[in-house]
Write a protein that binds this ligand. Sequence first.
Ligand SMILES: [Zn+2]
Ligand SMILES: [Zn+2]
Length: 425
Amino acid sequence: MNLDEIKKGTPADGKWIACHECDLLHQHTKLPDGGKALCTRCGAFLYQNIPNSIEKAIALNLSAFMLLIMANCFPFLSLEISGRFVENYFLSGALMLYRQGMGEVGFLVLVTSALFPFLTITGMLYVLLPAKLGYRPWQMPRVYRMVTLLKPWSLISVFMLGVLISFVKLLDLATIIPGISLYAFIGLMVVMAAAQANLDTSVIWPFIKGDSKSKTTKGVTTAVAQNVAACHTCGLMVSQTGKNASHGHCPRCETPVHSRKPNSAERTWALIFSAILLFIPANFYPVMTVIQIGQEYPSTILGGVVHLIESGMWILALIIFFASIIVPVLKLIILSFLLISIQRKSTWRSRDRTLLFRVTEVVGAWSMVDIYVVAILAGLVNLGALSTIKPGIGVIFFGAVVVITMFAAHSFDPRLIWDNAERSK
Ligand SMILES: [Zn+2]
Ligand SMILES: [Zn+2]
């Protein structure tokens, strides 16, 4: 695909797609098996061609479904602390947080590690199985839209990192016996990643009526310049003017369609400021308290990192420091920098700025790891005055910081970076 061809052509039904990160129009061409199409301007992933994608995706989602059931039915971890034996289930951590008055954090752990992965997997099966048989299930676009919205919040791999860190932290305190559920969880992590990588979304949408009605125009550059907008869920090009105007909703999947995310800059700024404010108590208050033989040892995020260094666990200290301090701070700095550069109408290195945003969006979720560690430790180590780990109030503030920075990244519209480059042409 080269730009000249696109410029000569016209955006016709189903043959054009707009890059969701820079809004450039591309002609939809048939790719070789296993081929991937990237945006010629910003390098964003556009679409791919996977042979037998639908069969692969169904098989992988079915396996993921089985593994998820196993992960929740069998014991997760067993602990042996000074002669006492404790068996734990996967959801013990979330439940323990709730019992200790941290229902908000328990809920966050529950939805991101169990409920959202469950809804993602069952939602995909609901869409894919009938699609394979050639018909469209009831409310299919809504279900698919729910899946795409929940995907960034299904944090199985981050949770597994939390399990690994908790393991190492507990080594000198107790003997740990992994249960069947833990192995099922490791399998689930791999299978879910494979299921997402093997889905070619073009298998889902051709079954649906109400195809593209975009305006025919020449000299194409961006979708907005042609008065069309790409639907964020199904990729359909929707006309924004004339008698085929979308009136705000995609005719194919009913997602609200906007040329740009509404009030993106204002909303992102508001979320950035809230996150900065909450970041202060998140670091000031203890995130957990270790009680050993009647003595209480509260520790903040930074205190926990220092303690790990003192115990010689350098790698763990680095992971926690990076995920809990560096990532949120960098994310807030990068988003602010991008917003300022947009408001100053900068045309400087648009492609690199887009890449910076892409990295920020992906890395952000890993900040959840410390919250999982607290949940897992609180769920596992619960032997009264002898040995107990209690979550601290700081974890609520920190959880809020992570969620708000993730929302901030979602509300940012990278196409704004490119609008300035367009204007200055
Ligand atoms: Zn692009
Ligand atoms: Zn749509």
